[in-house]
Design a protein around this ligand. Structure first.
Ligand SMILES: Nc1ncnc2c1ncn2[C@@H]1O[C@H](COP(=O)(O)OP(=O)(O)OP(=O)(O)O)[C@@H](O)[C@H]1O
Ligand SMILES: [Mg+2]
Length: 252
């Protein structure tokens, strides 16, 4: 389990994450939604130690993320950051191999190679594995970054807007993969999504942030209501039921 206790971050006078207390389970799919600037990336960056907190405590399986050895945390928790600047002249396969670093420290074992092969296949990168990262389209590069995170093979996988740049088919494939990793491998996947309908259909739980605080936390049925969504985004929504799914419309 990941525990987040009273986590706070300010920039100047603006409190962007305001005393968030949350538990993230050790399996399942949790989506974090909310408007631009709500504090979603700041929260995930602090949980993954990319960013220091002003106050609060985060533990991963009981380990305090600030005090535990970095490698120990990196074997449990991986993150895809919203901004990934990978201009290096390396191939897709080499990038994905970086994901194994916490396990291999640069010396790839047969197990590492198997994890890299699997991550490349999961992300439909077989034909691109020898291409240079800087020769890829935006969506292909995004998939390569996701594959690097998957190759790390951690129990907790944090994905900040993993669907960025992906076409509908690859976005759906990634969400199906996320579901499978939770169901078949028992992983805990935490994703930031702007497409609330993907959040609705594929998540066990949706956490909604607004102005640095968690304003809703529940099942898709709890959060995918016209009232809740209007409150979260400050805009009107219409929610339809399609089979077992709740689908929001917000085009007008
Ligand atoms: N380095 C920084 N310096 C100053 N303000 C920052 C910095 N990083 C983020 N902020 C501010 O903190 C707030 C939260 O930003 P954050 O990136 O967490 O939002 P978000 O919910 O991830 O939004 P988005 O959906 O646009 O990615 C925003 O108002 C942002 O302008
Ligand atoms: Mg963000």
């Amino acid at each position: 389990m990941i525990t987040i206790d009273s986590l706070t971050k300010s920039y100047g006078r603006q409190v962007v994450v305001d005393g968030v207390t949350l538990e993230l389970p050790d399996s399942g799919v949790t989506s974090i939604i909310g408007a631009n600037g709500a504090g979603k990336s700041t929260l995930l960056s602090m949980v993954s130690r990319v960013l220091g907190a002003d106050a609060g405590v985060v533990t991963v399986d009981g380990l305090d993320v600030w005090n535990a050895p970095g490698r120990k945390i990196a074997r449990r928790l991986s993150i895809l950051r919203q901004e990934t600047h990978t201009q290096a002249r390396i191939t897709v396969r080499e990038l994905v191999e970086f994901g194994r670093y916490p396990h291999s420290r640069g010396r790839l074992t047969p197990e590492c190679r198997a994890a890299v092969d699997e991550a490349l296949a999961f992300c439909d990168l077989g034909e691109l594995e020898h291409r240079s990262i800087h020769e890829l389209s935006g969506g292909q590069r995004q998939r390569a970054c996701v594959a690097m995170v998957l190759a790390q093979d951690t129990r907790y996988v944090l994905l900040d807007e993993p669907l960025n740049n992906l076409d509908l088919v690859h976005a759906t494939a990634l969400m199906r993969l996320v579901r499978r990793l939770a169901d078949e491998r028992g992983k805990s996947i935490v994703l930031v999504l702007h497409d609330i309908n993907y959040a609705s259909v594929y998540s066990d739980r949706i956490v909604a942030m607004r102005d640095g605080v968690v304003v809703r936390d529940g099942s898709p049925a709890d959060v995918m209501t016209e009232d809740a969504l209007s409150h979260i985004y400050g805009a009107p929504f219409v929610v339809h039921t399609l089979g077992e799914d709740r689908i929001a419309a917000y085009y007008r």
